[in-house]
Design a protein around this ligand. Structure first.
Ligand SMILES: Cc1cc2nc3c(=O)[nH]c(=O)nc-3n(C[C@H](O)[C@H](O)[C@H](O)COP(=O)(O)OP(=O)(O)OC[C@H]3O[C@@H](n4cnc5c(N)ncnc54)[C@H](O)[C@@H]3O)c2cc1C
Length: 454
């Protein structure tokens, strides 16, 4: 499997994921084929996921610039075509209470507004472009895994209401009946905005729309080398070299350490995996997840899940550390056990799909969107930490703005900072393994305590 810390770029020989989305979606949209020969362009975009495709669309639609996208495989081959499908008011992994402590209430509020606009960007994209992506009604639940987490959710409700001025609502255990069943239903925080969809169809809709506004999208065209000559960037692919004055880097969690020295080690690629079960019976639905809303829990190493329109359960979380290890059956088993612990009614159900992908985590666990210092007209965004369906599309529009020579003005000032590098790159994975062990121990200790309390 492609591993950004090991390989130079995603190769043609790396297989497609065994994803449910590939199974239920239509055909790949038309594209402009593999790069053929050498040519000059105005703006080149490396990476054809939400960030890159959204930048390409916005450049054409809002700024009259016809961009060229270079994608190593097919559009949305990375996270954008294989994610858990929740479009939420989210980006990064810093709890709101910590964000307020570090940056103050004003910056936290400004960031929340930026994220809210992100969700609105996706809403209007779907409506205005008529993208058929099985969008579900709004509603997100953050569900208390253990009784002891209910108080923290109540405090979070208060913070949402007073500091962020947002109508999140705490739902107690009895209020969850008929929504979320099973032994890990101890109350929840309900967020009224956020919905699930078919993420691959969303990306393909973006792709089609970007091309209709003049973007050229070259697939199977990985950037294998990057040479700077004065104000020009020469991006080398196996079948031709593109010269451009402006470059947008939208490779996010799939960024190889070898793409460019300036960008190396700014994000940690973290593997997230998903299983999708066979269709549940009506009785299983009733006893597990009657609601179709987006769900995630309150574990340190959290799980996210939803009921799909054909009554399958999609269940995801983190486990593998390296690409080499990601296909080990114990990771599938880990998700299966977590799912059946949460929903005992699903014991024995078969798993029809199992796949994973690389999310990008920065050292401060927050996203970024900036003009790269020390390089001429290079812009990049990413670091969504597994919460980028809406914000990547939003930041794609901001990258387009900057590439068109206009400033991205936001009260969330940290977004514009270049993320700090991870030090000791060769030990990163050891550190991550230790962190996972520690978080597993914390989760296990809480589970043990909860059993004692019952
Ligand atoms: C399993 C999983 C579940 C997730 N669930 C959710 C969720 O429910 N909600 C949510 O908000 N977020 C979720 N995410 C995260 C979300 O999918 C991402 O934040 C978002 O898709 C990022 O989009 P992107 O365009 O920045 O990156 P990507 O979609 O990863 O695109 C990067 C692209 O760059 C290409 N590339 C890399 N190197 C090169 C090169 N050298 N040359 C050319 N192209 C290159 C790759 O092939 C890839 O297609 C999930 C992610 C995963 C993996």
């Amino acid at each position: 499997m492609y591993d950004p810390l090991v390989h130079a770029f995603p190769k043609k020989t790396q297989s497609d994921p065994d994803s449910y989305w590939l199974k239920v979606s239509g055909r790949d949209p038309e594209d402009d084929g593999t790069v053929a020969g050498d040519f000059d362009v105005d703006v080149v975009i490396v990476g054809g996921g939400y960030t890159g495709l959204s930048a390409a669309l916005a450049l054409g639609r809002d700024h009259g610039i016809k961009a060229t996208v270079l994608e190593a495989r097919s559009s949305a081959w990375g996270c954008s075509g294989r994610n858990g499908s929740f479009a939420r008011i989210s980006g990064g992994r810093v709890p709101w209470s910590s964000l307020v402590k570090i940056y103050g209430a004003d910056v936290a509020r400004a960031y929340f507004q930026e994220l809210r606009q992100g969700l609105d960007t996706v809403r209007s994209l779907i409506t205005d472009s008529g993208i058929e992506c099985a969008r579900q009604p709004d509603g997100v639940y953050k569900v208390a895994t253990f009784g002891a987490h209910a108080d923290a959710l109540r405090r979070e409700e208060e913070l949402y209401n007073t500091v962020l001025r947002y109508p999140a609502r705490y739902v107690d255990k009895s209020g969850l009946r008929g929504v979320h069943e099973g032994p890990e239903s101890h109350g929840a925080l309900h967020l009224p905005d956020g919905f699930s969809l078919n993420p691959l169809e969303l990306a393909r809709g973006l792709h089609r729309r970007a091309r209709s506004h003049g973007a050229r999208i070259h697939t199977n065209s990985p950037v294998t080398d990057w040479i700077t000559e004065g104000d020009w960037h020469r991006l080398v692919t196996p079948t031709g070299t593109i010269r451009a004055r402006r470059v947008i880097v939208a490779t996010n969690g799939y960024t190889s350490s070898r793409l460019h020295a300036r960008l190396a080690s700014r994000v940690l690629p973290v593997h997230s995996q998903i299983i999708v079960t066979s269709p549940m019976s009506d009785a299983q639905v009733e006893a597990s997840l009657p609601s179709e809303k987006c769900m995630f829990d309150t574990r340190e190493l959290l799980f996210y899940y939803r009921r799909l329109p054909d009554n399958r359960l999609l269940f995801g979380g983190r486990s593998a550390i390296s690409g080499k290890d990601a296909a080990a059956p114990r990771h599938r088993q880990y998700l299966y056990e977590a799912m059946t612990r949460k929903f005992p009614a699903l014991a024995g159900i078969s798993v029809d799909h199992w796949w994973g992908g690389w999310v990008a985590v920065t050292r401060n666990s927050l996203p970024f969107c900036y003009k790269v210092p020390g390089m001429t007209d290079v812009f990049t965004a990413g670091g969504y930490a597994g919460s980028g369906v809406s914000f990547s599309i939003h930041l794609g529009t901001k990258l387009a703005l900057m590439a068109a020579g206009r400033p991205f003005e936001t009260g969330a000032s940290f977004l514009a900072r270049e993320p700090e590098r991870y030090p000791f790159a060769s030990f990163i994975r050891l550190g991550q393994w230790m962190a996972y062990r520690w978080l597993h121990v914390k989760d296990a200790r809480e589970a043990h305590q909860a059993r004692g309390d019952r």
